[in-house]
Design a protein around this ligand. Structure first.
Ligand SMILES: [Zn+2]
Length: 361
């Protein structure tokens, strides 16, 4: 059977499908409106939450989509599929599932990875009360990441400079400098922000509201853009304790950016750090389920193009239209084979999380 119909072609459609699927399961949807941004069609934007199982459960599993906006097509499809296929109907005692749809609804609606503040939500959970603002070497390449033009001499020169950087330092160092997270260049890529964003504060509140009594909490945060096409890498993020529990639940194929075993560079200010702060007494297993799409160079170029467009370009122009098509394709290959892989892996990983939760004391 084809699973393509679980997936949507825009944020509004995804939201409607999610709400309908919840309704059919008799689930109430808790919608938290973003008061500071609107969607691409002027629509209101929401983080939508549905809980399956009892309130106050000691074991809770969160499934989150759209932390990185445009990556939300993937996780939304998995969430809707699980609702429609009757997942979580026979939960063990004292266990609840919390589906969080569209963590960053602005990015989802506008086909952007960032939020309304040009912030990467998965770099925004830094402790902003401390003076430390990591840079990871981004400052050196920022002028070339954001050239004055996209199809003229400035871009050609910037590309030469970036190629030289890669030649001298290697692709891994380049990826780390670009994507590790930076806090100085608001008009740059992978910018972590200067303060907690709406999505950050809202999600922390959601975690408090739905996992207040929880002793063991799992998180599966759906992402796209890194690794082999359609493969869902289990990236373990957070503290050593979190990594230990994630390895116990998800097995040997869990990877760790800090150990160099992941397709992701080491990153700072992740959602995983945020939930550890929010639930200091709970045992936490946090996984970023990262699905490959296109090759890394294509993905980074698409991101760079999108960032250029919103700072130097014109959204409605031919070039703007091309750039928007590229970023969408880089994070959401609209192909049945890809969706089938996403779905199968999502089910497998969710089953492992449920088994891990069941083993918890
Ligand atoms: Zn992501």
């Amino acid at each position: 059977m084809t699973v393509a119909h679980y997936f949507s072609s825009n944020y509004a459609e995804a939201r409607e499908k999610f709400q309908t699927a919840c309704q059919q399961r008799g689930l109430k949807v808790d919608s938290r409106r973003n008061p500071v941004a609107k969607g691409a069609a002027g629509e209101d934007l929401f983080m939508d939450i549905a809980q399956i199982g009892p309130t106050g459960a000691h074991k809770v599993l969160f499934l989150m989509s759209g932390t990185h906006g445009v990556e939300g097509y993937c996780g939304s499809g998995a969430q809707i599929g699980m609702l429609e296929e009757g997942y979580f109907t026979d939960l063990p005692d004292d266990t609840a599932i919390v589906l969080v749809h569209a963590m960053n609804p602005y990015g989802f609606s506008h086909d952007r990875r960032v939020n309304e503040d040009n912030v990467d939500l998965n770099r925004n959970f830094l402790d902003f009360t401390k003076p430390d603002r990591p840079d990871g070497g981004y400052a050196r390449i920022h002028p070339y990441i954001l050239p004055e033009d996209w199809d003229g001499p400035a871009r050609r020169d910037a590309n030469k400079q970036l190629a030289m950087f890669i030649e001298q330092n290697g692709m891994k160092a380049f990826q780390a400098a670009v994507s590790g997270g930076q806090y100085q260049h608001q008009d740059g890529v992978f910018f972590g922000g200067h303060k907690p964003t709406w999505s950050n504060e809202t999600f922390r509140q959601v975690v408090r509201d739905y996992a207040n009594e929880a002793e063991t909490v799992g998180f599966i945060d759906f992402h796209t853009g890194l690794g082999p096409y359609g493969y869902g890498e289990l990236i373990s993020l957070g503290s050593l304790d979190q990594k230990g529990l994630a390895a116990d639940w998800f097995g040997d194929d869990v990877t760790d950016p800090d150990a160099g075993t992941s397709s992701s560079a080491p990153v700072v200010g992740t959602v995983g750090h945020g939930v550890a702060e929010t639930l200091p007494n709970a045992a936490i297993a946090f996984i970023a389920l990262e699905y490959g799409t296109r090759d890394l160079n294509q993905v980074l170029t698409a991101l760079r193009g999108d960032n250029w467009l919103y700072h130097k370009g014109e959204l409605g122009s031919d070039l703007g239209t091309r750039i928007k098509a590229d970023i969408r394709d880089a994070f959401y290959p609209d192909e049945e084979a890809w969706k089938a892989k996403v779905w199968a892996r999502a089910c497998d990983v969710t089953d492992r999380a449920l088994a891990g939760l069941a083993r918890a004391g």
